[in-house]
Write a protein that binds this ligand. Sequence first.
Ligand code: ZN
Length: 208
Amino acid sequence: MKLIDVTVPLNASLATYPGNTPFSLEGIKRIARGDSSNVSSIHMSAHCGTHVDAPRHFFDGGGDADSLPLDLLIGRTRVIEITSRTGIEAADLAASNLSEDIRVLIKTSNSRLWGDPEFHKDYVGVSESGAKHLVEHGIKVVGVDYLSVERFRFPGAPAHHILLGAGTIVIEGLNLSEVDPGVYDMYCLPLRVADSDGAPARVVLRRS
Ligand SMILES: [Zn+2]
C-alpha cells in the first residue's frame, strides 16, 4: 500500500501567512535542564501549514473546526494540475471535467515554494470564476498547495466566501510536489479544535 504524505512538516522554517502566528516549539520541561521529562508547548496559528478552513473562518456563527464532516474529508479524490501562474479561473478548471468528482486537489507551481521559509505573495490562488465553477460542478472538498485558496489579500476574498458559503470544505497548505495527477483515496483528519476557524490536519493520499 503506497501512501503519499502531502502534509507539510511543522517546523521553524515553515513559511507563515503574513500576520499569522508562526509555528514554534517551546521547551517547557527539558531533561537536559534537570526535568524528569521533555514537555513542549506548541505555538501556531490555526492556519499554519497543512490545515482545513472551517466555515467560521469567514462567517461568524458558521461551523467550527470540530464540526467538519469526516465523511467528506475521507474518500475518492481527484488530483489535477493547473499551470496558470496567476489566478485559477473557470476556464482552467473546465479542461479537467470535474463533473464526476466531489473532492479535488489542485496542484500548481506553488508546491515548489515549500522549501523556502519566506512567504511568497505571488502564489497561485483560485479566482471568483474558479470558485463558482467548483461549486457549480458539485465539488464538496477543494485542496490547494499553498497557504490560502485566495490570491494574496484579494479584495472581498471571493474564493473563501463562495466556497465556504456553499459548504465546500477548503484544505490549504498541501504539498503536492510528489503527486501525479490522477485519482486517489484521501485521508484528511483535522484536529477537533472546538470553536476554531481552522485546524491543522494530517493529509495522506493512497493510489486507488
Ligand atoms: Zn486557512
